[in-house]
Design a protein around this ligand. Structure first.
Ligand code: FCB
Length: 427
């Protein structure tokens, strides 16, 4: 079979997040882990993580040498602004150097400004629900764009706002450990306002310097399919999580308003027109059926899509779902799409080669359908601290010896490198 080809200029590389790799960070997550070690599968922490804060030069050089032409990383707010309004110039200089090091190694930086974690001072004043969180975020974002903007065009304001709101405020498995639909909605409203304020700050600072800027959130899309498609009940229970989780935030961005049921249609300054592309994080699909005993889950029982192979997290591996997600998002929002995350946890690198071929193949197919997909960032470069999963879930193209910090390329790292070099996806 002829290999399928990705267009020239297509962004190909990996995605990472500061807290998961850097080590040495004091923020809401590090305190949460210290106070609730039982909340972390296998009991790990990110005190050292994979020491990427010190090793970023060699790490990025290695990815560049494997023909990646893009790299997504996040800036750690708690490092850059340890006290409200006080910027740590060394930390800003560090991240500016990370962006320049990407460029020196042939990689376009894609920079996330908030990837799940918060500085302690913001946690203590209410986190995402603090009334001044949007203004605080805008000030921090403006500082970052001033410091990094000559090397960065692609920005992500907030990573997966619905995930962080649901896990931290509804399921309670992440900080701040709440279980309240009311607080979940309050967090979502706060995150929407933070995104709008951050997007405005990016535009203002970039325009002042005459620099181009592309702005999005990283939107997590999980396909929810009725367990029995012929059952009106299953169809109905799949609809609500699909709207809340997959559409509410984006539709609010387009409308420029806080849509119901989370808000009452109130207008948010800077929200309309805040997305210039759509960052898509996609992992899996789920079958949904009625569960009368689960009001906290909106009466829905979720299970891995039947009939699909499972990753070590138990998530269904479903490349067709990625294709459908891209198609549906493009049909509705007409924005260029960058896959800001897509990956698989796989202990022995047995599933990952086929995963890469199938998912990149799905991307090629959507491009052939006429959809404007600009890039694909595999989650993730190195096995790392996977939030509540600790070090038990291995998404990396490289494993890391946590005693010596040696990075060891898995076979799929070489396969991905070959795809990056040739732009051809083997069938
Ligand atoms: C996404 C997160 C990322 C990582 C992957 C596995 O939801 O954005 O940090 O944990 O899942």
């Amino acid at each position: 079979m002829t290999p399928r080809r990705l267009p020239d200029g297509f962004l190909l590389g990996c995605a990472t997040a500061a807290h998961q790799v850097e080590g040495g960070i004091d923020n809401d997550w590090s305190r949460w882990v210290a106070d609730h070690p039982e909340a972390i599968n296998g009991g790990g922490d990110a005190v050292v993580a994979i020491d990427h804060y010190r090793r970023y030069r060699e790490d990025l050089e290695q990815l560049g040498s494997m023909h990646h032409n893009a790299h997504r990383f996040s800036i750690e707010w708690a490092r850059v602004e340890p006290e409200p309004g006080h910027f740590d110039q060394d930390a800003l200089a560090h991240y500016a150097d990370v962006a320049r090091t990407c460029r020196r190694n042939g990689m376009e930086p894609v920079v996330t400004l908030q990837h799940f974690t918060l500085p302690l001072w913001l946690r203590d004043s209410g986190g995402f629900t603090a009334p001044d969180a949007p203004a605080q975020f805008a000030r921090y974002v403006a500082g970052c764009v001033e410091a990094l903007g000559d090397a960065v065009t692609w920005w992500v304001t907030v990573n997966e706002p619905t995930v962080v709101a649901v896990l931290g405020h509804l399921e309670g498995s992440w900080p701040p450990g709440e279980r309240s639909l009311r607080h979940t909605f309050a967090a979502l409203r706060g995150l929407l306002r933070m995104h709008a304020a951050g997007a405005q700050a990016i535009s203002t600072v970039s325009a002042r310097h005459g620099r181009p800027a592309q702005v999005s959130i990283a939107h997590h899309e999980r396909r929810f399919v009725p367990r029995d498609p012929s059952s009106p009940v299953d169809r109905a229970v799949a609809k609500l999580p699909d709207f809340l989780f997959n559409r509410w935030f984006l539709r609010s961005c387009i409308a420029g308003r806080v849509l119901g049921p989370v808000g009452h249609g109130e207008r948010v300054p800077g929200l309309a027109g805040s997305l210039s592309y759509l960052g898509l994080n996609h992992y899996t699909s789920e079958a949904v059926s009625l569960d009368i005993g689960a009001p906290g889950m909106l009466f829905a029982h979720h299970e891995a899509m039947p009939g699909m192979p499972l990753s070590s997290t138990g998530w269904a591996i479903d490349a067709g779902a990625l294709r459908r997600a891209i198609t549906d998002l493009f049909d509705e929002f007409h924005l260029p799409i960058v896959i800001t995350e897509n990956g698989v946890a796989d202990d022995h690198d047995e599933l990952r080669p086929a995963f890469l071929r199938d998912h990149l193949g799905a991307v090629v197919d959507t491009i052939a359908d006429g959809i404007d997909v600009r890039g694909y960032l595999y989650w993730t470069a190195w096995d790392n601290f996977e939030w509540a999963e600790g070090y038990t879930q291995r998404f990396g193209l490289f494993s890391v010896d946590r005693e010596t910090q040696e990075r060891i390329a898995k076979p799929s790292a070489h396969l991905f490198s070959e795809i990056c070099r040739t732009r051809e996806v083997p069938s």
